[in-house]
Design a protein around this ligand. Structure first.
Ligand SMILES: [Fe+2]
Length: 341
């Protein structure tokens, strides 16, 4: 998108300014540049300004911070809340520069000292603010697209492993569903939740290096075969440890078979040495595995799985994670949406 095209032909300007002299001056300065197509609307109070915003969209808002019904940074915040995508230019008194800078930090695009500058300064500030806002918006959108592509790529990687191992098809996806539900129950912020989901969706990625004849073996595994399968968490860690995720995904993968009392693998970590996300994936993994069919056994069922979590709560499984998980099922607030084989 060419940014130069982002400045609209008609520029709807909302001027929230209680001083009639200052408002009049702005009106005159805008009229000087009538070619730019300014369509100003004036409001004397914050409440009046917010009403105008509710009635029609604006391209730019000129905002005095000292209004009869609002003062200081709260004024910017109130306007931002009502019109988050509209650029704001703060109008300040000469002594108010620090407030103006704080307003910029809060989300305003620019500031102008009242009584200084001319029509040209105002015009430039309006153009600059509108263009800067659309650049920010473009950057935000492309960041969002990248984030989605990352999620989809990781999901595709997760699916690749499962294609070799039909018995666990959908396993990681279902573990991710349950892990996310537990994380949400424990009050995870959306960002942390996203990392937990990513880690869950590829927690068994190391199985790519395990012969599929072992993974699909119908009978009991020999000790050697089991030892080999257990290497999948370290292999998974090695595969992704150099990817610069913003979350500790490699650790989630490495530690998802660790147990609270140190009886897990590969490192025999205990208690707080285990990443909290890994403790969640661990519980979700146990539940999903027990509730699904395996080459060597039929599904044990969700009740048996929940009994396992509840009887080993605090010994193998983190008590908070176990409680959150048991509560979700007890209250009927969780069900797998992707089906098991
Ligand atoms: Fe695993």
């Amino acid at each position: 998108m060419n940014i130069r095209h982002m400045v609209p032909k008609q520029i709807h300007v909302l001027v929230i300014e209680d001083n009639p002299g200052d408002a009049r001056l702005i009106e005159l300065m805008l009229a000087e540049h009538s070619d730019d197509g300014y369509q100003p609307v004036f409001a004397l109070r914050l409440a009046e300004g917010l009403e105008a915003i509710a009635r029609q969209p604006f391209d730019i808002i000129l905002l005095d911070l000292s209004l009869p019904d609002s003062h200081g940074l709260g004024t910017v915040e109130a306007v931002l809340e009502s019109a988050p995508m509209t650029p704001i230019i703060v109008l300040t008194g000469l002594a108010d520069e620090s407030t103006a800078l704080a307003a910029m930090k809060a989300g305003a695009q620019d500031y102008l000292a009242k009584g200084q500058g001319d029509g040209e300064t105002l015009r430039r500030s309006i153009r600059y603010s509108i263009e800067r806002m659309s650049t920010e918006e473009e950057r935000r959108e492309s960041g969002e697209r990248l984030r989605r592509a990352l999620m989809q790529t990781i999901q595709a990687v997760g699916l690749t492993i499962e294609k070799r191992d039909p018995y666990t098809a959908g396993h990681q996806q279902r573990v991710a569903e349950l892990a996310a539900a537990i994380g949400r129950e424990l009050g995870f912020e959306p960002e942390r939740l996203e990392g937990l989901e990513l880690g869950s969706v590829i927690h068994d990625i190391g199985k790519i290096a395990i012969p599929s004849s072992f993974l699909n073996k119908p009978g009991r595994l020999t000790a050697t075969e089991f030892a080999l399968i257990k290497t999948h968490s370290v292999i998974g860690y090695d595969i992704i440890k150099d990817v610069e995720f913003t979350w500790p995904i490699a650790k989630m993968v490495r530690q998802h078979h660790e147990r609270l009392d140190g009886s897990g693998y590969p490192d025999g970590l205990k208690g707080d040495d285990i990443l909290f996300e890994a403790k969640i994936i661990c519980v979700a993994d146990v539940i999903e595995s027990m509730a699904s069919n395996r080459p060597y056994r039929a599904a044990l069922g969700i009740d048996v799985a929940l009994a396992e979590i509840s009887s080993n709560r605090g010994r193998l499984y983190d008590p908070d994670v176990a409680d959150a998980c048991l509560k979700l099922f007890a209250e009927g607030r969780f069900g797998f949406t992707t089906s098991a084989v």
